[in-house]
Design a protein around this ligand. Structure first.
Ligand code: HEC
Ligand code: HEC
Length: 202
């Protein structure tokens, strides 16, 4: 119900934008694109309800913009996101990045609470035997993220695992090799644990 109200509001805004009432980078224009396109997968406020579709709420605007540019330029491969990004102007992308960065991230919950402790240890200390660095060093305390190091807290575990595997196999390589080097050294068990820890963070 809430979502339908939001959609109705957004289509009213879209009509306004079409009438020339709004500039491309206007927040109203971004909200109209969210309602017509992005919300179906990422949720109207960026708190995607689907485990394979990442939550965007509260991620850094610079990080979000970089991902959209990378999808468009095929530096980050995604059959789903490439056509989405190709339809966006630079102003649209900036507006959408600002919109999702400004949304409040909803709390997530771990599915395997027994793994959270091991995940926290790996997140904070890394694994000196195999050379996995502490995630903390780049992604900040409790996965809060900052700037180019994305927020990981409360992100869907399935999405995070998928990305770690893509970095490990160099299917995702828009990270200047920082994450590829990290993920390639992680075991499957370490990946499972660290994402459960992250899902438990606010
Ligand atoms: C049909 C579903 C779908 C729609 C619609 C969609 N996305 Fe996505 N989005 C995805 C999937 C799936 C991924 C993960 C891509 C991957 O790496 O495989 C993703 C990833 C992203 C990311 C990267 C997030 C991160 O944490 O790195 C951003 C940013 C994003 N989408 C923005 C948008 C915007 C803005 C729109 C609307 C213009 C949109 N998406 C529409 C499915 C969708
Ligand atoms: C040397 C810095 C560094 C370290 C250490 C690091 N990361 Fe990252 N990570 C990055 C950067 C940079 C990106 C974003 C790359 C980009 O721009 O697409 C990233 C992205 C990610 C993503 C993708 C997020 C998304 O929304 O798509 C995941 C998952 C991730 N890191 C997990 C981890 C985990 C788990 C650890 C610890 C085992 C870790 N990282 C350690 C730098 C680091």
């Amino acid at each position: 119900m809430k979502r339908r109200t939001h959609m109705a509001l957004a289509s009213a805004l879209l009509a306004g934008a079409a009438a020339g009432a709004a500039q491309a980078a206007d927040p109203a224009a971004a909200q109209a694109i969210v309602a017509s396109t992005c919300a179906a997968c990422h949720g109207p406020d960026g708190n995607s309800p689907v485990p394979n579709f990442p939550r965007l709420a509260g991620l850094d605007a610079g990080y979000l913009l970089k991902q959209l540019e990378d999808f468009r330029a095929k530096r980050r491969a995604s059959e789903i996101m490439a056509p989405m990004a190709e339809n966006l102007s630079p102003d649209d992308m900036a507006g959408l990045a600002a919109y999702f960065a400004g949304q409040k991230p909803a709390a997530a919950a771990p599915r395997e609470p027994a793994l959270v402790e091991a995940g926290k240890k790996l997140y904070e200390d890394g694994n000196s035997n195999t050379g996995v660095p502490a995630c903390y060093g780049c992604h900040g305390s409790d996965g809060a993220g900052s700037g180019r190091f994305p927020r990981l807290a409360a992100q869907h575990p399935d999405y995070l695992i998928d990305q770690l595997k893509r970095f490990a196999t160099a299917q995702r390589k828009n990270d200047k090799r920082l994450m590829q080097a990290v993920a390639a050294r992680m075991t499957e068990a370490e990946m499972l644990a660290v994402v459960e820890y992250l899902a438990a963070q606010p």
